[in-house]
Unconditional design. Sequence first.
Length: 203
Amino acid sequence: MLDVVRGISCNDRFVRAGKWSHEPVANSWTIKGKKLGIAGFGAIGKAVAKRALAFDMAVAYFSSRQQTDTPEYPFYPDLRVLAEWADVLVLCVSGGARSYHMVDQSILEALGAEGFLINVARGSVVDEAALIAALQGHTIRGAGLDVFAEEPHVPEAFYSLDNVVLQPHRASATFETRHAMGRLVFDNLAAFFQGKPLLTPVI
């Protein structure tokens, strides 16, 4: 979100190409005060909301049901209505048949020409052809993508677009997070063999 809204990667390419000496630097946009819509309000969606508060963003969410533990955030039962409200729409929903192409042309049109789409969910959640067309035609302002429909293959149409940031599905790929994931496996095994409740039981 920070990258695509502030144009960080785009301006990195601008500097590396030697353009700064003879071309004006384009303005970007601020995160502060923007309206953040979050689709999928489980642990990840709530973590995104928590971080957004540091930027004085207004937060609302769409989910399969209203969350009782976060009454401070408005709930939108209709994704299209949330997209119309939001400046930035972040996808945190689970994959599968129920969310397949949840974000299609109509949702992108609702997000609008000043809106940004961020997908850290699954590639199947977004109709990629519709998204490419929306980015090319400036139906939306930009997108940040960590996931794709046919990973690791990414549609080449994205490559020439400066209003999209592409990442190779690496959200949890930090040394700290991977160490914590491994530690959690050992802690669960230790709890099991000691007859204690599991830390993360699968129900």
